[in-house]
Design a protein around this ligand. Sequence first.
Ligand code: SAM
Length: 244
Amino acid sequence: MKLKLIKFFKDFFLWTGILQVLSPFNRLFLFIRNFNALRNWVSRAKHNSLLINDFYSWKRDYPKRYLLYEAVADAHQLDRKELLYLEFGVASGSSFFWWLKKNTNPASVFRGFDTFEGLPEDWGGFKKGAMAFSLGELHSDDPRAGFEKGIFQNSLNPFIENNINLLRKKPKLIHMDADLFSSTLFVLSQLYPFLNKGDIILFDEFNVANHEFFAWQIFVDSFYVNMRVIGGVNNFYQTAFIVE
Ligand SMILES: C[S@@+](CC[C@H](N)C(=O)[O-])C[C@H]1O[C@@H](n2cnc3c(N)ncnc32)[C@H](O)[C@@H]1O
């Protein structure tokens, strides 16, 4: 009886479109749903034994992300290990060049992906086109480093086709710093076939409920990927995972 009623109302709502009166609140409903999921995730994560964890901090201090990088690098020998470092969202290259300097293994490969024309969509207070840094401004003499210009949705698959062996064999450090839900979900889903046990994934805006967190959650739930959180700073704004 209960099921019949539910079916009746669902079909009725579909027919009448009556729930559209609530449309102005769609974003709010999504935020509440995702924020509560994030809060549940944090409640579990804060009890794990983490390399670094500052939950709860009153103040967000963006440069604290380098403490997370240091902690992850120390624990996983990322200063000397042969790596494939992939960064999605390079902008001025702050984090890209940090890792390039940190890892001294001559066999490591570093690739940074970006439009270099700014965000392809609005994100929070940032408008489409914000954070544009021209590729010409980024320079490195390090032969291990290179950049892929364009939206990930165009640039990642050609990169994958040309670098299958690299992706399969080298231990990966994947740095997600693209802010947007769409960009994050796209990249994770394309890299899914190449994720190996021990690969590390960093998120730069993990605790943004409707963006990186939501993309991460859809990804792990839909692809049945097991990632263990290993550290977080700024109340998990920056968070690191290891693939298991
Ligand atoms: C927060 S910035 C990156 C910051 C940088 N990692 C740092 O340490 O300073 C985000 C970047 O992601 C890029 N981005 C977001 N979505 C993208 C997409 N779908 N394709 C290409 N670039 C994208 C934007 O162009 C922007 O430069």
